[in-house]
Design a protein around this ligand. Structure first.
Ligand SMILES: [Zn+2]
Length: 720
C-alpha cells in the first residue's frame, strides 16, 4: 500500500500539464490547455487540461483524471507503477511496504532517501529565508537596488535576498555545514561548492539573490547578481535534482497573473531586467537562466499565452541569441500564435531602455517588434549575397532545414512565398528545393477554427457578483450569481477559440446534446454503467443520466437547458443556461479552490448541515479536510471514482472563467445560505402570531440579515 499522504504530496509536485504534454501536444485555450484526445479518435480537440486545477477531462469521450490516472490509462501502467514513474520524474521515492527477506533494509533505505528529498527542499527554503533576512540590513545591496529604481515592494514581491561576502555565510543557518553527510546535501543542492582539496564554501557570495520558482511556485534554485565589478555578473544554481536551466524560466511564477492580463509574455535575458520591468509596470516578463532559449522554454510559455515577445540586445550577441530562440520556436509554430523579436537600440537592455523611455515606449516597441517570419527572412537576406545566383542558391540551401522544421500550415506557406520572391523563383520552383513534407495541415492547425472574439466577450470575470449587493436583486436565493453563470450568448470561454465546431461528427460531442452538466445539471447520478468512456454524454438522456439524484441539481425550473440550444452554432438570443443553485455554486467553488475549505468555520458548517441540500458539499469538505488536498486533481484522487458528482462538477469548472476573487465568492455564497436559512426561520415564526418570544426572534433574524447585507455591501465596495 502506498500511503494516501504520499499520493497527495506527489500530486503537489508533478504538473499534469507536463505529464500529459509528454504525450499530447497541448495549446492554450483560455485558462486551460487543449489537445486532441489520446483516448478517442477526434479531429477537433476536446481534450482539456487544467494547469491550475491539475486534472484533465475530455468533453468528447469523458476520459477524466489526474496525472496518475493519465499515466495508467495512456501507458497501461498499474497504479503503483504509475505512481513510481511520476515520483521518479520529480525526484521522490515511493514509500512502499516491501515484502520478503531484506524488507527491513529496503525500508530503511527508502526512508533515508525520502528524508533526503524532503531535506533538499528544506535547505533551499532555509537558505532563501536567510538571504531575505540578510537583505534588510545589507546597506550596499539596498543602495544598489534603489539605484536601479526598485522599491522595497517589488523586492519583496520577487523575494529578493542578499548573500554576504562571508565564505561560510550559510553556516549561520546550517549548524551542520561542515558535517560530511549534511554538507554533501548542501553541495548537491548547489548552495555550497566543494573545492578539490575538500574545503567547502558558499557558492553565492556578495550577490543579490533572486529565488527561482518553477511553474507551480516551488523554490527550485537561485540566481545571484553581483552589485559591484565581480565576475561572473550572473551566477545560477547548477543543475540539481530539482533544477534545470533548460526548462525553468525566471519570474514565470511571479508574472503569471500579469501574463494572463496582458495576454503576452516578454522574454528577456536577465533577472534584473524582469524585476526592473515589473517595477516600471511591465509585470509580464520572464528571463531565461543564462542559457539559450530551448524548445521546453517555448513550450512552457505557450501553455500560459499565445503571444511571446523575445527581447534581446541589438548587438551581434543579441541577434545570435534571438536566432537560437527562433530555432527553438520553429517546430512549435501554429497559425494562432504570435512570436516577435524586439531588438533594443544599441547599448540598451530592457532595464535601461524602460528607465530612459518609460513604460509606454517599451510596450509600443514590443508591439512593433519584428514578427518571427520577418526576422527570419531579414536574416536570410542579410546573410547572403542575393545579387548573385550563388548567393540566392545558398540562401535556399540554408533556409531548407528551418523551413522543414516548421509545421505545415498557413504561416509556412506564406514564408515559402516570401522566400521565393527573395531568391527570384516562383513558389512552384522553390517547393522541390525545400522538399517540405506535403501534409495538408499539422495536427493542431485547425482549418475549421472560428475567431475567438465571442469567447473573449463571453468571459466576464469583472462582473463580480458582489458588485451589486443582494438587496438590489430581491431575495438572495433567487438572484443570478454573475460569476458562475456561463456566458449568455456564444459557447463558454475556451470552446469557441478551440474550434469546437461540430464539423464532422467525429467527436460527436455536441450534435445530440449539451456538454455534461448543462442539460442534466450534475445529475449524472448513477454514472451510466461505465458509459463515461463510451460517449455517455453524447445522447442527452442516455447512460442513466436522468437518474435519481438529478433533481438535486436542477436549476429549479429556471432557464433549463434545451437541446436545441447546442444545435445552433450560437445560442439564440435570450436563451439561458441554468442558474446554478447555492449547493451547486458551493461545490463548483470548493472543487476549484479546495483551500477555501479552511475558511468554512463551525457556524457556516452548521448552516450547511441544517439546510439539508448540501450533502455533496459536506462530502466534499470532508474529503478535502481528510486528505489535505490542495488542488482539484488532488481532491478527485482522494475522492476516487465513486464520487461521480464531484467528477462532473470538476469538469464543469473547466467551462467557466477563473474567478477573480474566490474568497469573496465564498463569503458571498455563505452569506446567501445564511440569509436563506434566516428567511425560512422567519417564515416559521410568522405563523406564531401573538407569541412575544417568536416576535423577538423574528426581529433578531431581521437584524442578522441586515448585518449580512451590510457585510455584502462592504465586500462589494471593496471590490470596486
Ligand atoms: Zn476523448
Amino acid at each position: 500500500m502506498i500511503p494516501d499522504s504520499f499520493i497527495q504530496s506527489l500530486l503537489e509536485r508533478v504538473d499534469v500539464a507536463d505529464v500529459v504534454g509528454r504525450y499530447v501536444q497541448l495549446r492554450k485555450a483560455g485558462a486551460n490547455l487543449l489537445g486532441l484526445c489520446p483516448f478517442h479518435n477526434e479531429k477537433s480537440p476536446s481534450f482539456t487540461v487544467s494547469p491550475t486545477k491539475q486534472f484533465y477531462h475530455c468533453f468528447g469521450c469523458g476520459a477524466h483524471g489526474t496525472s496518475i490516472r493519465f499515466v495508467m490509462e495512456h501507458t497501461g501502467a498499474s497504479f503503483p507503477e504509475a505512481v513510481r514513474q511520476l515520483a521518479d520524474s520529480v525526484g521522490m521515492s515511493v514509500p512502499e511496504e516491501p515484502r520478503g527477506p531484506g524488507g527491513r533494509a529496503a525500508r530503511e533505505e527508502q526512508s533515508r532517501r525520502r528524508e533526503e528529498v524532503s531535506r533538499h527542499t528544506q535547505v533551499l527554503d532555509t537558505a532563501n529565508d536567510h538571504y531575505r533576512r540578510a537583505l534588510r540590513t545589507a546597506r550596499g545591496a539596498i543602495e544598489y537596488l534603489k539605484g536601479r529604481g526598485l522599491t522595497g515592494q517589488i523586492a519583496a514581491q520577487y523575494g529578493l535576498g542578499w548573500a554576504a561576502a562571508d565564505r561560510h555565510g550559510l553556516s549561520a543557518v546550517f549548524p551542520d555545514y561542515d558535517k560530511p553527510e549534511f554538507s554533501a546535501l548542501l553541495v548537491e543542492s548547489g548552495l555550497v561548492i566543494q573545492s578539490d582539496d575538500g574545503r567547502r564554501y558558499d557558492r553565492f557570495r556578495d550577490r543579490v539573490m533572486f529565488p527561482i520558482r518553477n511553474a507551480r511556485g516551488h523554490l527550485v534554485g537561485f540566481g545571484g547578481r553581483v552589485i559591484g565589478k565581480g565576475e561572473p555578473k550572473y551566477l545560477n544554481s547548477p543543475e540539481t535534482p530539482v533544477f534545470s536551466k533548460g526548462t525553468e524560466l525566471y519570474g514565470l511564477w511571479e508574472a503569471r497573473q500579469a501574463i494572463r492580463a496582458a495576454s503576452q509574455v516578454i522574454v528577456v535575458e536577465g533577472y534584473m531586467d524582469v524585476v526592473a520591468l515589473a517595477q516600471m509596470g511591465v509585470g509580464n516578463a520572464v528571463a531565461t537562466l543564462g542559457t539559450a532559449t530551448t524548445a521546453q522554454h517555448v513550450q512552457k510559455l505557450l501553455r500560459v499565452t499565445d503571444n511571446i515577445v523575445f527581447s534581446f540586445d541589438g548587438d551581434g550577441a543579441g541577434r545570435r541569441a534571438a536566432w537560437r530562440a527562433l530555432q527553438a520556436c520553429l517546430p512549435l509554430l501554429r497559425d494562432d500564435i504570435t512570436i516577435r523579436f524586439l531588438f533594443l537600440p544599441d547599448g540598451h537592455d530592457p532595464d535601461s531602455f524602460i528607465r530612459a523611455q518609460g513604460e509606454d515606449a517599451f510596450r509600443q516597441s514590443a508591439r512593433e517588434a519584428s514578427s518571427l517570419s520577418r526576422f527570419m527572412l531579414d536574416e536570410w537576406a542579410a546573410q547572403h549575397d542575393l545579387a548573385q545566383p550563388e548567393g540566392r542558391a545558398r540562401c535556399i540551401h540554408d533556409a531548407q532545414p528551418l523551413m522543414q522544421a516548421m509545421p505545415a500550415g498557413g504561416l509556412r506557406l506564406q514564408v515559402v512565398r516570401e522566400l521565393a520572391t527573395l531568391v527570384r523563383l516562383t513558389p512552384d520552383e522553390i517547393a522541390p528545393l525545400l522538399a517540405l513534407q506535403d501534409q495538408p495541415t499539422g495536427p493542431l492547425v485547425n482549418s475549421g477554427r472560428r475567431q475567438p472574439v465571442a469567447a473573449a466577450a463571453g468571459a466576464a470575470p469583472a462582473a463580480a457578483a458582489p458588485a451589486s449587493g443582494p438587496s438590489a436583486r430581491g431575495p438572495a436565493t433567487d438572484r443570478a450569481p454573475a460569476d458562475w453563470t456561463p456566458a449568455d450568448d456564444g459557447p463558454p470561454p475556451g470552446f469557441d477559440e478551440a474550434g469546437f465546431v461540430p464539423d464532422d461528427g467525429g467527436h460527436g460531442g455536441y450534435h445530440d446534446g449539451p456538454p455534461p452538466g448543462y442539460q442534466e445539471g450534475y445529475g449524472g447520478g448513477q454514472g451510466g454503467g461505465g458509459g463515461r468512456r463510451q460517449g455517455g454524454y453524447r445522447q442527452g438522456g442516455g447512460g442513466g443520466a436522468r437518474g435519481g439524484k438529478s433533481d438535486r441539481w436542477q436549476g429549479k425550473g429556471k432557464g433549463r437547458f434545451r437541446d436545441r440550444d447546442w444545435d445552433d452554432e450560437r445560442d439564440p438570443p435570450g436563451s439561458r443556461r441554468p442558474v446554478p443553485t447555492l449547493p451547486q455554486r458551493l461545490v463548483r467553488l470548493l472543487i476549484a479552490h479546495p483551500q477555501l475549505v479552511a475558511h468554512i468555520d463551525a457556524q457556516a458548517q452548521a448552516h450547511l448541515e441544517h439546510a439539508g441540500d448540501f450533502a455533496l458539499v459536506l462530502a466534499l469538505i470532508r474529503i478535502v479536510r481528510d486528505s489535505g488536498a490542495s488542488h482539484t486533481g488532488a481532491v478527485l484522487q482522494a475522492a476516487g471514482d465513486a464520487e461521480h458528482d464531484l467528477n462532473l462538477a470538476a469538469a464543469d469548472t473547466l467551462l467557466v472563467d477563473e474567478l477573480p476573487d474566490p474568497d469573496a465568492e465564498l463569503r458571498d455564497t455563505l452569506r446567501s445560505i445564511a440569509i436563506s436559512r434566516l428567511r425560512a426561520e422567519q417564515a416559521d415564526l410568522a405563523r406564531r402570531a401573538g407569541d412575544a418570544a417568536a416576535y423577538a426572534r423574528y426581529a433578531e433574524c431581521e437584524r442578522e440579515i441586515g448585518r449580512l447585507r451590510t457585510a455584502a455591501a462592504d465586500d462589494a465596495a471593496a471590490a470596486q
